[in-house]
Design a protein around this ligand. Structure first.
Ligand code: PLP
Length: 366
């Protein structure tokens, strides 16, 4: 007997998540110096770690022999003050990936189903499949979520609906009024996980007042992350806001110390670094124009993005990806998102964007 046959078929069928290639790995594979490589593959903040978070990390090092605060009081207090959400409504996670999984673990069984969109964030099908629940993928419209089709797709056994707004890897966004209408129309006996990982990159006038929706929709779970604009992807911190009873259930299934002390301290400090967030937003705004103008100059189509990345169409995406790697530029192939003709690039520093565009021009000219 194969020992792996002991695992349920739905576990054996999981296709592993494909992360962006780490700089160290490319350096090893190609014999390149790490300093010669730019990584624009994981939507990380090109400005690095905020100075305030860096200081908070230093300050916490002496206490590392102790377990973290399993309730994350200080970070919850900071989030509560910042967003006007009661601490009982907050769930902290080892990255927002963790809280996405907690929602699935708390609310799905193998008899249930979850709805998400084609081309949506890859973690949704993963966490659903890990439970053995049925994933219902709804065809996208112009690469974005189609709320009407998602409404029609829900079944009697649907317990979770995932929406990424803006979505990764397409950068598409559902406008606030549309999303609000969707939440109103959706049967209340299912949860909606609204993943706002890129919220801080959205133009202020387009940002939904999603926190205010929590009071009206007890089935809403909002998720945010410290991995993107807050520049702490390596520390893994994210959170969910939900009705207190929903948050309570999610908290019961998490590991008691799922967020470590360094991450808790860094995240609380980063949340207060408004200057860093503003600089990150502005850099992205200018960089997005630089990159999309460059793509246009190269005659390439791209999907208009509301995040800190943009997906563009090329002939022979695997070949272009590979040639970019050889030039020391890491972008993200998104064939696993059902977009085999596209590559996704993260907006970097001005110099990184310029180098990406130069290398892309070379990679296309074969
Ligand atoms: C990057 C990203 C996240 C963040 O994941 P973390 O686990 O918080 O690093 C969440 N959702 C989407 C859609 C993302 O692209």
């Amino acid at each position: 007997m194969d020992i792996c046959d002991l695992a349920p078929p739905y576990i054996r069928a999981i296709a592993p998540y494909q992360p962006g290639k780490p700089i160290s790995e490319l350096a090893r594979e190609m014999g390149l110096r790490e300093e010669a490589i730019i990584k624009l593959a994981s939507n990380e903040n090109p400005l690095g770690v905020s100075p305030r978070a860096r200081r908070a990390i230093q300050d916490v090092l002496d206490g590392l022999a102790r377990y973290p605060d399993g309730n994350g009081f200080e970070l919850k207090q900071a989030l509560s003050a910042r967003y006007g959400v009661a601490q009982e409504s907050i769930v902290l996670g080892n990255g927002s990936n963790d809280v996405l999984e907690l929602a699935a673990r708390a609310f799905l069984t193998p008899r249930d189903s979850a709805v998400y969109s084609q081309h949506a964030f890859a973690v949704y099908p993963l966490v659903v499949q890990a439970i053995g629940a049925a994933g219902i993928e709804v065809p996208a419209r112009d690469f974005g979520h189609d709320p009407d089709a998602m409404l029609r797709a829900v079944r009697a056994n649907t317990r979770l609906v995932f929406i990424a707004n803006p979505n990764n890897p397409t950068g598409t966004m559902i406008r606030a009024a549309r999303l609000e209408a969707f939440l109103s129309a959706l049967p209340q006996q299912m949860l909606v996980v609204l993943d706002e990982a890129y919220n801080e990159y959205v133009a202020p006038e387009l940002r939904a007042d999603s926190l205010a929706w929590l009071a009206r929709f007890p089935n809403l779970v909002l998720t945010r992350t410290f991995s993107k604009v807050y520049g702490l992807a390596g520390l893994r911190v994210g959170c969910a806001f939900a009705a207190p009873d929903v948050a309570d259930l999610m908290n019961r299934v998490r590991q008691p110390f799922n967020v470590n002390s360094v991450s808790l301290a860094a995240a609380a400090a980063a949340l207060g670094d408004a200057d860093f967030v503003r600089r990150s937003f502005e850099l992205n705004l200018v960089g997005m124009k630089q990159v999309t103008d460059g793509l246009t100059r190269l005659g390439l189509d791209y999907i208009r993005s509301h995040g800190n990345f943009v997906s563009f169409k090329v002939e022979d995406a695997p070949g272009v990806y590979d040639r970019l790697l050889r030039l020391g530029v890491i972008v993200r192939p998104i064939a696993s998102y059902g977009m085999p003709d596209y590559l996704r690039v993260t907006i970097g520093l001005e110099s990184e964007n310029a180098r990406f565009l130069e290398c892309l021009e070379q990679a296309l000219a074969v």
